[in-house]
Design a protein around this ligand. Structure first.
Ligand SMILES: [Zn+2]
Length: 348
């Protein structure tokens, strides 16, 4: 049994409550249904098993979605707390807000609104947190590849927004580059096609710089830039590096000028020798290892669109944070915007 399947709880009475839109079978009807099983052919039996499994998974998803909403029942349009039950649609309870008169359901305003095949969401979440490729996720969740790709960015939209707001203690910072790619992008279609075999400097110009900052507690922030311009980089680093800390970098002027201006102790690990350690503790080894895990993991996607680069960086942060496999319900909650009671969900 796969992890998410454990969420199918046959004793749950919650589903009876929330799926009130479906008429429940009487005992008599159910007995008749059971009696008719012998008349089924083998393929019909199998089909019934498959459909029931699907149904249970759909209910498990809906239970999670509805119970999350119940905990902070607020109108997503105006924030009002007076919601009246207002029929149901797509197996979800609908509500009407007394204040703004608009209707909503538990998914309104979330990244997963109007997404179909709820029976596949939990399985898909599991694939996402196992860092699987589109092809694998599609196969395991029983959806086509286009849907799997579309879902990837919907399910990641919310969780990838959580970046560490502040670094503390010993902080390592360095830049890395990703090849610019217009793959699947609408925005960059008009740029001239890349010429093969161009010189090194020109090649560098077509790389997207990403600044990665990591402290020893494992908090990571990544910043995607068009170009590494001093003013912009400094402006982004300022709120991140405002606590008491020691900054370790390769010593490029980008960082040394910043450290000087902000009066931050700065350990320069010279560029040619990134493995160097100062006073036994100041080095870039954790960050280098992180970047190398990130780059290796990214290889499986065979070049990601620059437009989505932040999503992939955020995805990697999530995988690192959970280091293994968090429960499927946690993943679904993260995609819906987290649980209000769990502060841990708000920070990566
Ligand atoms: Zn309202």
């Amino acid at each position: 049994m796969r992890g998410y399947e454990a969420l199918v709880d046959p004793t749950s009475s919650y589903s009876l409550l929330t799926h009130g839109c479906v008429r429940m079978m009487t005992r008599y009807e159910f007995r008749k249904l059971l009696e008719s099983r012998e008349a089924l052919t083998r393929s019909q039996k199998q089909r019934l098993i498959d459909e029931l499994k699907k149904e249970l998974l759909r209910e498990a998803s809906i239970d999670l979605i509805e119970s999350r909403f119940e905990k902070r029942k607020r109108c997503p349009h105006c924030g009002g707390g007076a919601l009246l039950r207002w029929g149901s649609a797509h197996r979800l309870q609908r509500y009407r807000c007394r204040a703004c008169k608009k209707t909503c359901n538990a998914l309104t305003g979330t990244a997963l609104a109007r997404l179909r095949y709820k029976e596949r969401w939990l399985s898909y979440c599991e694939c996402l947190y196992e860092g699987r490729s589109v092809r694998e996720a599609a196969r395991r969740s029983g959806i086509d590849k286009t849907t799997a790709f579309r879902w990837r960015h919907r399910f990641l939209r919310q969780p990838t927004k959580h970046k560490a707001p502040k670094m503390v203690g010993i902080v390592e910072a360095d830049e890395t580059f990703f090849r610019e790619s217009a793959k699947g992008s609408k925005r960059l279609h008009h740029r001239p096609a890349r010429k093969r075999g161009v010189g090194r400097n020109k090649e560098k110009a077509e790389q997207v710089p990403v600044l990665v900052v990591r402290d020893r507690s494992g908090s990571v922030a990544d910043l995607v830039f068009e170009r590494l311009e001093k003013e912009r980089v400094h402006a982004c680093l300022k709120p991140l590096l405002s606590e008491e800390l020691v900054l370790c970098t390769d010593g490029s002027s980008l960082y040394s000028t910043f450290a000087k201006e902000q009066n931050i102790p700065h350990k320069r690990i010279i560029a040619l020798d990134k493995g160097r350690v100062i006073d036994n503790i100041f080095h870039l080894q954790n960050l280098n290892a992180y970047i190398s895990r990130l780059k290796n993991w990214m290889l499986r996607f065979k070049g990601v669109s620059t437009e989505y680069l932040s999503n992939y960086l955020g995805w990697r942060r999530l995988l690192e944070k959970h280091n293994g496999q968090p429960p499927a319900e946690f993943c679904l909650y993260e995609s819906l915007g987290g649980m209000p009671t769990n502060q841990q969900l708000l920070h990566t």
